[in-house]
Design a protein around this ligand. Structure first.
Ligand code: ADP
Ligand code: X2W
Length: 298
């Protein structure tokens, strides 16, 4: 063996040893991961996220995956000549749109992720909120549009009223990785469309997760949304709410922050908004002292 090869091996061993204290701390703990954005589109990133999740499972942590896929729903709506309308960041969901949302998120996106996990050596099981009444929801009452104050009926958009996490515990204990699509079930058995970030926050809360990690397409939260040099590494709740109020946190970042705050309120230890464009961002977040992205704190 050359000196170069030997140094490379030693480097690998050192990486493992550095991870030891974290492994001890996190053994058997639950990590809710919201998978979305660019990491769901690029093949290379997709593989890196899947491998991270499988590795976490192998070393004794309990990763639970909630996925988005809103852009795929919009893409199908475009193909069918149906306009996608959003109000306060949520899709206005009539009965036909609800069918499309369920077809795309539960039928397509969920199964693709399950398939990837299984292909790379994990045991993925796909669920929606309907399975075993995992996510019981009720229809959102009409709400005022940010800015104009005009009332809008969001249709079949749901707010989670109850999480029944037994099925997740059962699967996790048996070595499976649950992969969850953000479609809930109403009291009449109807499907309801729920923002995937909100689902991740509610699930993390119900599972008393150690960490909630939301993958996105930016480095984290910026003090000024137009200035990528203004990354905030730790953001307390009060400041986060102030930034939403002032419009400095807006659009798709709002449900992410709300999701973190819900999780924190219910005892989740740490919540992170992480750049899913960085390969192995999940491992970097979990197994390094500084972590990456923005940590939202209680
Ligand atoms: N203060 C902020 N810091 C960073 N990004 C912000 C901020 N406010 C709004 N955003 C926007 O939020 C987006 C992330 O949300 P979104 O695109 O919905 O994420 P995803 O598709 O990963 O679920 C960023 O790309 C950015 O445009
Ligand atoms: C109510 C609502 O807006 N639901 C979302 C659910 C999917 C989602 O949240 O996907 P991303 O995380 O990729 O945005 C939607 O229909 O797009």
């Amino acid at each position: 063996m050359t000196k170069f090869e030997m140094d490379k091996l030693i480097g690998k061993a050192e990486v493992l040893i550095e991870a030891l204290p974290y492994l001890r701390t996190f053994a058997d703990k639950t990590f809710v991961i919201k998978y979305g954005g660019q990491a769901m589109v690029s093949q290379e990133l997709k593989k890196s996220v899947m491998m991270d999740i499988i590795l976490l499972k192998y070393i004794g942590l309990n990763p639970i995956v909630v996925h988005g896929g809103g852009s795929e729903v919009t893409h199908l709506m475009d193909r069918l000549g149906k306009e996608a309308v959003f109000a306060n960041g949520l899709r206005v969901t009539d009965a036909e749109t609800m069918e499309l949302v369920e077809m795309v998120l539960v039928g397509k996106v969920n199964k693709e992720i399950v398939s990837y996990i299984n292909q790379y050596g994990g045991k993925g099981v796909g669920l929606s909120g309907k399975d075993s009444n995992l996510l019981v929801a009720s229809r959102r009452p009409p709400e005022q549009l940010n800015g104009s104050g005009q009332l809008v009926d969001l249709g079949y958009v749901g707010d989670i009223t109850k999480v029944n996490p037994d099925v997740i515990h059962t699967l996790s204990r048996q070595g499976y990785i649950p992969i969850i699509a953000s479609v809930g079930v109403g009291l009449e058995g109807e499907s309801l469309n729920i923002n995937a970030d909100h689902v991740a926050g509610e699930l993390a809360a119900a599972l008393a997760a150690e960490k909630l990690m939301l993958l996105t397409d930016v480095e984290g939260i910026f003090a000024d949304p137009d200035d990528p040099k203004s990354l905030i590494s730790s953001l307390p709740r009060a400041k986060a709410l102030e930034m939403i109020e002032e419009g400095k946190i807006n659009k798709g970042m709002i449900p992410k922050v709300e999701s973190c705050l819900t999780a924190l309120e219910h005892g989740v230890q740490r919540t992170h908004i992480v750049d899913g464009r960085i390969p192995h961002s999940l491992l970097l977040e979990i197994f390094t002292d500084h972590g990456i992205g923005t940590m939202v704190t209680g």
